[in-house]
Design a protein around this ligand. Structure first.
Ligand code: NIG
Ligand code: FE
Length: 409
């Protein structure tokens, strides 16, 4: 006997490659937090649904997909950057604002003075918004602390968000996000500090699942990133990279060289990088919210990614500077409208490919027997509708490991 069954649901399993994997008029049974059976209603084992499972949910023609996964966020942060947004609209550029000590560093200042509870409460609202859009898994980066204590504080908040909500959370250490004022003229010294003090400190506290860096002219050089990645490898931690967002830094190739889970942004990435990502199995994480909010004009090379079979994921990049959004569905719409993705690619980008971008593909990302019961139920008439709406969520339920998630409010 299963713990629960959903009957009269259309399933978009996302399981076969290159397809929604649709099962019309289907059912899905779960036990111990895992999917135990799925198929057409007509193929259900004999007996009334009540005899098959302790709980019976009649989906009444709704659609079920894998729970969505937001595989790149900075959703723990203090303050807001609305005044900077206003400056940009009055003509200043993102890079100019960063060079003048604003940008990421202004969020660092706001995050450093915030206590854990206020960071938690602000982040929880953003996370609840994601849950309301069918999200069952999320990646959360540090990177607005830039001291061992403050990075640990952010990662503790990320840990607590996972424990309290029941979401699957990957905690990513992003100490190499920006140069703190204390190391203003000594980027190499800061990288040394990141490798020898900060990463060991958060690792000792079991606060970190992966390591990221910002490889960019206004971030860190490929050599500096490589040092951070070497150190991450020593701890057995997977890496990922903010790559080629504002200029080509061979970031895709660098990520691939370290078998990175993903290279993210990629507006300026080259075919050479993409080929290397394909060989290394590094996922391309596309962030249309940042592209939109920074008014970028250079599109990431999607055709090359398709040509070389680099799986594409989509994420919110939820952060106060370049993507103040906690809507994964809006990102799917933007990926279609701004990047020319298809709705199928967009849904792959927030399910199976997002799972791959976090190394979770054996556990979730598709509806398959044996995988976790991380599910989203939708009041829609076709899965393309998930990329179609702008600004509202047709989500009817978000289920993680068999438990229906509810939000704090
Ligand atoms: O993903 N590129 C670096 N990091 C963030 C932006 C962070 C910020 O501006 O606060 C990003 O876009
Ligand atoms: Fe980011």
């Amino acid at each position: 006997m299963w713990d629960a069954i959903w009957i009269n649901a259309h399933l978009a399993t996302m399981a076969p490659e290159g397809d929604y994997g649709i099962i019309k008029n289907g059912a899905l049974g779960i036990a111990d937090g895992k999917i135990r059976w799925l198929g057409e209603m007509s193929a259900l084992p004999p007996g009334a649904p009540q005899e098959l499972a302790k709980e019976v949910h009649d989906a009444d023609g709704k659609w079920m997909t894998p729970g969505l996964i937001d595989c790149h966020t900075h959703l723990v942060y203090g303050g807001s950057r609305a005044t900077e947004f206003e400056k940009r609209l009055n003509g200043a550029s993102y890079a100019e604002i960063a060079a003048a000590g604003g940008g990421i560093l202004s969020t660092v200042a706001a995050t450093n003075i915030a206590d854990e509870d206020s960071l938690y409460n602000a982040a929880r609202k953003r996370l609840d918004t994601l849950i309301g859009e069918g999200v069952t898994g999320v990646e959360i980066k540090s990177g607005y602390g830039l001291t061992p204590e403050s990075e640990a504080k952010m990662l503790r908040v990320a840990t607590r968000l996972g424990t309290d909500t029941g979401l699957r959370v990957q905690r990513t250490f992003l100490g190499a996000h920006a140069l703190p004022p204390k190391f203003k003229d000594d980027p190499d010294g800061y990288i040394e500090h990141v490798c020898k003090e900060m990463l060991p400190a958060v690792f000792r506290e079991s606060l970190v699942d992966a390591v990221d860096a910002f490889g960019e002219k206004i971030g860190f050089t490929p050599e500096q990133v490589a040092r951070v990645f070497e150190r991450a490898k020593k701890y057995g931690l997977p890496v990922k990279l903010h790559a080629d967002q504002l200029s080509d830094q061979n970031g895709g190739a660098l990520a691939a060289q370290y078998q990175a889970l993903s290279a993210d942004h990629l507006e300026y990435t080259t075919e050479d990088s993409i080929k290397k990502m394909a060989e290394a199995g590094t996922i391309a994480v596309l962030l249309p919210g940042a592209f939109y909010f920074l008014k970028e004009t250079k599109l990431p090379p999607l055709d090359l990614m398709r040509q070389h079979n680099v799986p594409m994921a989509i994420a919110t990049d939820c952060n106060p500077g370049s993507s103040p959004s906690a809507s994964i569905l809006l990102m799917m719409n933007m990926a279609c409208m701004l990047f020319g993705m298809t709705p199928l690619e967009a849904l792959q980008g927030t399910t199976i490919n997002a799972a791959k971008a976090l190394g979770w593909q054996e556990e979730c990302g598709t509806l398959e027997k044996g995988k976790a019961a991380d599910l989203a139920l939708w009041d829609i008439s076709h899965p393309a509708e998930l990329s179609y709406y702008i600004g509202f969520s047709p989500c009817a339920a978000t289920i993680r490991g068999g438990q229906t998630l509810s939000t704090a409010t």
